[in-house]
Design a protein around this ligand. Structure first.
Ligand code: ZN
Ligand code: ZN
Length: 354
């Protein structure tokens, strides 16, 4: 005789769903989203309760062809409605876990990144690893709370592409290295990553980055920036200007990045190549931080009084540090790009603060 497994007393299996109000099936084990958690992270934790990947989890709800990362950005009302029904949460609560609007999808960070201290705090306080929304966004390369460059390399195996540190094990996401199948020790300081081009991440630099992040986030929500930024106008967003600067940096550093936008973003556009732009989200975190700092310093209109200079080493000699400004930036660019670079750094600032 074949017996059916009894899921009722298992803490790990979803099994046949419990019966909810109106005979609606609801999952018996549903973790609450943490403040600032990305939707995909919450779904990862939900799946971990049943030893399911997010793809398996969504498929089991009849939502095949949807990735958890889609739900971080897209307005997928059907999937959200199904999730709300099965999980017993209001749809609006799930929608609030999105990282940004679909139009900003190219600002979705390509690689998984984290702040070691935030991750450690999450493990101690919440009992599992989880991903903050800002780690998924290309405008944040530095933790706001701890001022550290985000990490993307597993401290054990040194890989970036295996999903280490967020591994489902015994019903929770654990800080485990997939390659070595060992717990990862996050208590050390880790390797302090240096920014490129001799840039450093001191208080002055962090102030600039925070100002850029803040205004980018405001623009994403449809608000005007608080600062004036060169090249920004009523019809041209801060994001669009930074995207130009990213391309300029890629050309200057002879860095080739294969365009690989999210599948759903691509299929929604018949001519996706015409709409494609490079964003800091596609760069390795260290290079993204350097590029954002160039943008934050070069595009800011110096209306806010005399600010200490950001120093860098465009020549590549660490001992020769100089102020990062339009002149040193132009000298760093290849001669063929200087006209374009000059038009970015000399563009009139705008818009005015509300
Ligand atoms: Zn942090
Ligand atoms: Zn690893």
């Amino acid at each position: 005789m074949v017996s059916t497994p009894d899921y009722r007393h298992s803490p790990l299996r979803v099994g046949p769903y419990a019966s909810g109000p109106g005979n609606r099936a609801v999952l018996p084990l549903v973790p609450r989203p943490f403040a600032g958690e990305a939707c995909s992270s919450w779904l990862e934790r939900l799946g971990a309760r049943s030893d399911l990947t997010t793809t398996q989890l969504l498929s089991s709800f009849g939502c095949s062809g949807v990735s958890a990362h889609d739900l971080d950005w897209e307005r997928d009302r059907r999937t959200v409605s199904v999730l709300a029904g099965v999980i017993g949460f209001p749809a609006a609560r799930i929608t609030r876990l999105r990282c940004g609007p679909p139009a900003s999808r190219l600002w979705e960070r390509a690689e998984r990144a984290w702040c070691r201290i935030c991750l450690r705090e999450g493990l101690m306080r919440d009992g599992e690893a989880w991903t903050q929304r800002c780690w998924r966004m290309g405008w944040a390369a530095v933790c706001r709370r701890h001022g550290r460059l985000l990490e993307a390399v597993c401290p054990r195996c040194r890989r970036t592409d295996l999903g280490c540190l967020f591994v489902p094990r015994a019903g929770r996401l654990r800080a485990i290295c997939r390659q070595r199948d060992e717990a990862v020790n996050l208590w050390g300081e880790g390797v302090r990553a240096e920014l490129p081009w001799g840039l450093r991440l001191d208080a002055v630099e962090r102030t600039h980055l925070v100002a850029l992040e803040r205004d980018w986030a405001r623009g994403m929500r449809g608000y005007r920036p608080l600062r004036r930024w060169r090249g920004v106008s009523a019809v041209r967003s801060l994001a669009a200007v930074v995207e130009d600067l990213v391309l300029l940096v890629l050309i200057t550093t002879r860095t080739w990045i294969q365009p690989a936008p999210p599948l759903r973003w691509m299929v929604a556009r018949s001519n996706w190549l015409d709409n494609f732009v490079y964003t800091p989200a596609m760069l390795p975190v260290r290079m993204a931080a350097g590029t954002l700092l160039l943008a934050a310093r070069l595009l800011a209109d110096p209306l806010h009084g005399a600010e200490p200079p950001v120093l860098w080493s465009p020549s590549g000699h660490a001992a020769k540090r100089e102020a990062l400004n339009a002149a040193s930036f132009m000298a760093w660019l290849e001669p063929g790009q200087r006209s374009w670079g000059g038009s970015l750094t000399a563009a009139p600032p705008g818009p005015y603060q509300n």
